[in-house]
Design a protein around this ligand. Structure first.
Ligand code: PLP
Length: 379
């Protein structure tokens, strides 16, 4: 028996490792949820890494329809690819490139209507040189490091810039931004320290709009919202408040399908390394997803899967293209060849799978890989 979910009737789904369903309506609802949290302060959408693996070409337009007008990518080429996608659905969107200026490529930013996020004095200098002979300077953002020690002007560089304002002469700054290191930890002193350092930095630089909060930062309170928040993960269903229930809607559904069923008995074993030993008669279903599809090997003998409402545990090692699940307890006729197996629990499945794998929802999303058939739902 072969079952096909009704949204894939005309797809030869047997060719794919599984089915990845992205709920664009939930993405839009999550965007609006964050907008209500910031009480009127603007909310951008971070769509770097192909919208956290979900597909920027579909996700970014959905966010624009929900009201987003500012978008952040990590790399220049991500911005170049995103520009026509956004222009096709919404005029006047700004795209910022977080990783800054690519050496020798300054001209490509205004050419594609992108803004670099300048991350060092060297980048400020290169940008100033580039715009010197242009009639109207294209805008850029400036990143101040307030304790992440990753990107942005260091405290020493900030001192230099504040003491020699001519370094910004002719530069049209759109935003001053900084990034929080511990925003997902409520009550963490570093959040307050970074906010105070950011406010102090803003006072020493030209008065332009400011941006600090990522997804979790939005939930630290209105003090953290400034003029623009920059959520990514929360838009895609990751819980921005890990110590509390998830305020976001789940966006992703992930399904593999049963390729074979084995009836085995003790003392047989399942999979590589004989890592699961049958204690008695059992039915094992082999499912079409593996670590090459982002179902991490660390989930071996640990993850849970679902057939309908029935939980079926993953047994044995996760291999490259396959997992094995114990379907002994599933009702007759349910765990059959061709049946779909859900790999995420209906609510908060993304975060719980990540936790089981010893990682975070961000990594689960960006690891999903190209072998799923992708379905986008907008209802
Ligand atoms: C990735 C990133 C964000 C978005 O972070 P989330 O935790 O996914 O909301 C915001 N700002 C910067 C600088 C980033 O690198």
């Amino acid at each position: 028996m072969t079952t096909s979910p009704n949204n894939t009737e005309d797809v030869a789904w047997e060719r794919f490792c599984g089915l990845m369903t992205v709920d664009l309506t939930a993405v839009g609802d999550n965007y609006r949820r964050l907008t209500s949290e910031t009480r009127g302060r603007e909310v951008a959408a971070v769509v770097k890494a192909n919208a956290y693996g979900l597909g920027a070409a579909r996700v970014a337009p959905a966010l624009a329809r929900a009201g987003a007008r500012k978008f952040f990518v990590a790399q220049l080429d991500e911005g170049i690819a995103l520009r026509p996608v956004l222009d096709a659905v919404q005029t006047g969107c700004d795209i910022f490139v977080l990783n800054g200026l690519v050496p020798g490529a300054a001209a490509e930013y205004p050419l594609h209507n992108l803004q670099p996020v300048l991350n060092s004095l060297g980048e400020v200098e290169a940008w100033q040189r580039f715009i010197a002979d242009r009639k109207t300077p294209p805008p850029a953002a400036l990143h101040i490091d307030t304790g992440m020690n990753r990107l942005g002007l260091s405290p020493r560089e900030l001192d230099v810039l504040a003491d020699t304002p001519e370094r910004l002469r002719g530069v049209l700054l759109s935003y001053l931004l900084s990034h929080l290191a511990c925003a997902d930890e409520l009550g963490e002193a570093k959040n307050t320290q970074q906010r105070i350092a950011f406010v102090a930095a803003l006072r020493r630089l030209p008065a332009v709009p400011a941006s600090l909060a990522n997804s979790s930062g939005i939930f630290l309170g209105h003090d953290y919202h400034f003029d623009l928040a920059r959520p990514g993960a929360a838009l895609y269903g990751v819980n921005p408040t890990p110590s509390r229930p998830n305020p976001m809607l789940q966006v992703l559904r992930l399904q593999g399908k049963i390729l074979q069923i084995r009836e085995i008995d003790a003392p047989q074993t399942v999979g590589y390394g004989a890592a699961h030993r049958a204690r008695g008669p059992m039915r094992v279903a082999t499912v079409s997803v593996g670590y090459a599809d982002g179902f991490f090997r660390a989930l071996s003998n640990k993850a849970k899967a679902w057939i309908g409402d029935d939980m079926v545990p993953v047994v044995g090692r996760v291999s490259m293209d396959l997992i094995t699940v114990d379907v002994t307890a599933a009702p007759p006729g349910v765990a059959v060849v061709g049946a779909w197996v859900d790999l995420l629990a209906p609510k908060d499945g993304l975060d719980s799978l990540a936790e089981t794998a010893g990682t975070i929802g961000y990594e689960v999303l960006t690891a999903l890989g190209p072998r799923y058939h992708r379905v986008y739902r907008d209802h």
